[in-house]
Design a binder for this molecule. Structure first.
Ligand code: SF4
Length: 251
């Protein structure tokens, strides 16, 4: 299957996608959708700031690990000390080897290692963004995450992102896509993401939220998310927590 290629510089693409939601065409960027799935209020703040941000260098370094799995598997543990891996070299090699063996047995490893195309800008009916790898026969998107995976499956915001990528790919190719993949190269983990009914429903609800995000939504109920949120001060979460600690009332 031939997949149309639209290669652009990733930094330039990031600026274009972050610059402004495509409200006129109702197209939502993958990153906005992922943020809305994490916390709609965070998306509201993000859209209100200047979009003059590029992904940090560590993002590129972690994603680059994905292209070197075979080298990393064959290297002595000591040689991995300086790599952008998130666990010990021994643990990393064990995880990556287990991933390779599991996916080889399932007949998936070779196609994941040899995608049809990489870093493709995909525009669907509702969303657009970069798909890091596109697999053929069957057509499936692969997203490369820079963080850690959950114990099982993928994080909720990544699930929404994966469905968006699959839907956009399906739309652009006028065919069905039943599955996406998430790779966590800093941990040597690869997870499949079937497009279940539940996932698709959550994607549609998040899409609606992202499109309607023109006023400050309520704060997330899951306050553990706020600990790493760059908008915590602006959001008032830290102030409110301190007030609560001092006995000046709660939320
Ligand atoms: S601090 Fe918490 S509630 Fe506020 S935007 Fe960030 S994640 Fe959402």
């Amino acid at each position: 299957m031939k997949v149309p290629i639209c290669r652009i510089d990733p930094a330039d693409l990031f600026q274009r996608l972050r610059a402004r939601p495509d409200v006129s065409g109702e197209l939502v960027s993958f990153s906005d959708l992922r943020t809305a799935a994490y916390c709609p209020r965070k998306l509201y703040y993000r859209r209100g700031e200047d979009a003059d941000q590029s992904p940090p260098q560590r993002v590129d370094e972690i994603r680059a690990l994905e292209r070197r799995y075979e080298t990393l598997l064959g290297a002595p543990a000591g040689a991995l000390e300086d790599e952008r891996i998130a666990v010990s070299p021994v643990t990393y090699r064990e995880s990556l080897a287990a991933t390779r063996d599991r996916l080889t047995a399932a007949g998936e490893w070779e196609r994941l290692r040899n995608p049809e195309t990489r870093d493709v800008l995909v525009t669907g009916r509702d969303c657009r963004g970069v798909v890091h790898k596109v697999l053929a026969d069957p057509l499936e998107p692969v997203l490369i995450a820079t963080g850690r995976p959950p114990d099982r499956g993928v994080w909720a915001s990544q699930s929404v992102h994966a469905v968006a990528a699959a839907k956009a790919l399906a739309w652009s190719h006028e065919t069905g896509v039943d599955r996406a993949w998430l790779e966590y190269p800093a941990h040597g983990v690869v997870r499949s993401v079937p497009l279940t009914l539940h996932r698709t429903q959550r994607y549609r609800a998040t899409l609606e939220t992202a499109r309607d995000c023109d006023g400050p939504p309520p704060r997330t109920q899951n306050r553990s998310k706020c600990e790493s949120c760059e908008y915590a001060d602006q959001c008032g979460v830290r102030t409110r927590t301190l007030r609560s600690l001092l006995g000046f009332g709660s939320e």
